[in-house]
Design a protein around this ligand. Sequence first.
Ligand SMILES: NC(=O)c1ccc[n+]([C@@H]2O[C@H](COP(=O)([O-])OP(=O)(O)OC[C@H]3O[C@@H](n4cnc5c(N)ncnc54)[C@H](OP(=O)(O)O)[C@@H]3O)[C@@H](O)[C@H]2O)c1
Length: 331
Amino acid sequence: MKQLILKTLPKAKLSKDDFEVLEVDKPKIESGEVLIRNILLSIDAANRSWMQGRTYRDAVRAGDVMPTYAIAEVVESNDSQFNQGQIVSGESNWSEFTAVKGSAIIKRPNVGSLSNLLSIYGIAGLTAYHGLTKVGHIKPGETVLISAAAGSVGILAGQIAKAMGCLVVGLAGTDEKCKRLKDEFRFDDCINYKNVDLLKELKKACPDGVDVYFDNVGGQILEIVLFRMNMKGRIVCCGAVSQYDGTTPIGPRNLPGLLIVKRLKMEGFIVMDYAKEHGNAIKHLSEMNAAGDIKITEDITEGLENAPDALIGLLNGDNFGKRMVRVTVDP
Ligand SMILES: NC(=O)c1ccc[n+]([C@@H]2O[C@H](COP(=O)([O-])OP(=O)(O)OC[C@H]3O[C@@H](n4cnc5c(N)ncnc54)[C@H](OP(=O)(O)O)[C@@H]3O)[C@@H](O)[C@H]2O)c1
């Protein structure tokens, strides 16, 4: 079978040369393990941050098969909880087949389109939902600003906040992305953050200030947004994609000053913190989808060997919606 390893740890921007395709034997499973056939690999900005050191998971080292979250089908099982043919999700890797511990995967419903288990009903949808409701505590009428708004989390966060009665403004890296977010995804406004005076544009797009900032990017954008936050505003620290693909982190310089003056709350979270609430979130997300409030957008790259391009492209802002790699067709 084919698999991709991270051959070298990137020193600056990630490049295709950092990866290598190998032809290896299919793994054999031991007691308690399950052999899965990967169907869809989630491609996430966080994949790059794992190369920088330990985060909420172990660091990826040179020579490792590139890890990922995946949707897969059980082909062989030494765990009585799993049978051949079941659809599962969990930590896997950039391979055609992977041996995983039964305890590391969960059964998933064989929904019409398995890609939905990575987008609206996967980490992206759950992160957007919990981030807005459990961390941001959004209320109808508030102004919610979302960075990386055309990314997998941002595009769902914007639609959820709109469905909950907020004024929604996005930040995205191209005019085309901004146009689509406004025309097709119910964003009230969107700013292409590149080559503009962002503070000036924020004043126009958020005339009453920002109550909740759903921050996917960190860095200089966060620094500028802090100036536009309202008293008692909340900053949902979801991610820091502007800091992942390089070596020198740039943090906001106006902390903690502005937090104090404006009595702001800034809170980080990891989606699994709210695992007990996933069932409720999925029910609510499917109701919003059925009501036409949430449109699902997926950005699927075909072929395992194209996974490096898919990740590098995502870090450069090529994706619109949830990016994933299809290794094989849905069974
Ligand atoms: N806390 C959690 O549990 C959790 C769970 C999932 C994801 N996350 C985090 O949430 C964030 C968003 O993830 P995602 O999956 O929605 O993103 P995504 O689909 O991976 O999209 C990433 C987007 O970020 C934008 N971007 C890249 N470099 C940037 C920069 N320097 N400044 C501003 N924007 C930049 C690009 O769009 P533009 O064209 O707009 O630049 C790119 O399309 C990531 O930081 C991720 O790590 C957190």
